[in-house]
Design a protein. Structure first.
Length: 274
């Protein structure tokens, strides 16, 4: 694929997991089409993450956007990363999502005005997440079902996401019953559309904060394209100690209001951050 006439950036959210972040950054070293910038949206990590980013900044066009650790504030650091971004088109993902070598190229192949893309992932168990090496990722065998089976991966229909067949991906993208939504680990949109909804809602913590952002994009008039079988990452295993049921209930109330009143703009977004 030829380079597009616009700039593309990747925003990776992270928090205190440099081991997983490094595996993800290795995935961006092997992309068939490189990003113009990769922004690490850091929700308060410690010095080991700083050292890792400094090391890889010689290999990748990295920018590090950080704020102090005051609990789960992903929406705030994402807004700061959007402000920092110089690219026209932005791909959003997480520290634990290793991109397949065609990840950026596939996002750009499907990118179009008036839409955002909803990608997919294949979740790995902890044992295999631990076993994957730098060479496994650089050689692309980490995305081979035969190789993953040799590490102990069982058979499942979900594993067919790793089939690298354009025809199969196109058919499954069309047939999947899963609704297209904004997935924080694998979605993309034009920066100008992010600004039109004022970015992410900073009142929201863990639990539906990504979906709410996508719902406001749809209320703005954008359509969501389902690409869960062609925009592929390997999702490394992790716990979620930051789950908070009270916060999740608050998030649910915010989302219900957004859907009911067709709200597209949040007053608790980028302009507040600035």
């Amino acid at each position: 694929m030829e380079r597009p006439h616009f700039k593309v950036g990747v925003i990776i959210s992270t928090y205190n997991n440099p081991v997983w972040l490094e595996k993800t950054l290795i995935g961006y070293l092997s992309q068939s089409l490189k990003a113009d910038e990769i922004i690490i949206a850091d929700d308060g990590s410690k010095d080991d993450t700083f050292r890792l980013i400094k090391e890889y900044s010689f290999l990748l066009p990295l920018k590090h956007v950080w704020h102090e650790d005051k609990g789960f504030r992903k929406t705030q650091i994402l807004n700061k990363a959007v402000v920092e971004a110089k690219s026209d088109y932005l791909i959003f993902t997480d520290q634990d999502c290793i991109p397949r070598e065609d990840f950026i190229a596939s996002h750009l192949r499907s990118a179009r005005k008036g839409y955002f893309l909803s990608g997919g992932y294949f979740r790995l168990p902890k044992e295999i997440s631990d076993l994957l090496t730098k060479e496994d990722i650089l050689s692309h065998r980490a995305f081979s079902l035969k190789f993953l089976s040799s590490l102990g991966l069982g058979r499942s229909f979900k594993a067919t996401k790793l089939f690298k067949s354009p025809l199969y991906s196109k058919v499954l993208n069309f047939l999947t019953p899963a609704a297209a939504s904004w997935n924080g680990c694998n979605s993309s949109v034009w920066k100008e559309d992010i600004l039109k909804v004022n970015g992410f809602n900073e009142k929201m913590h863990y639990g539906g904060e990504d979906r709410e952002f996508g719902e406001r994009l749809i209320n703005l008039g954008l359509k969501a394209l389902q690409r869960r079988y062609s925009l592929i990452t390997l999702h490394l295993y992790h716990e979620r100690p930051y789950k908070n049921q009270e916060q999740i209930k608050l998030n649910d109330r915010i989302r219900k209001e957004v859907r009911k009143k067709k709200i597209s703009w949040t007053p608790y977004g980028i302009e507040k951050t600035l």
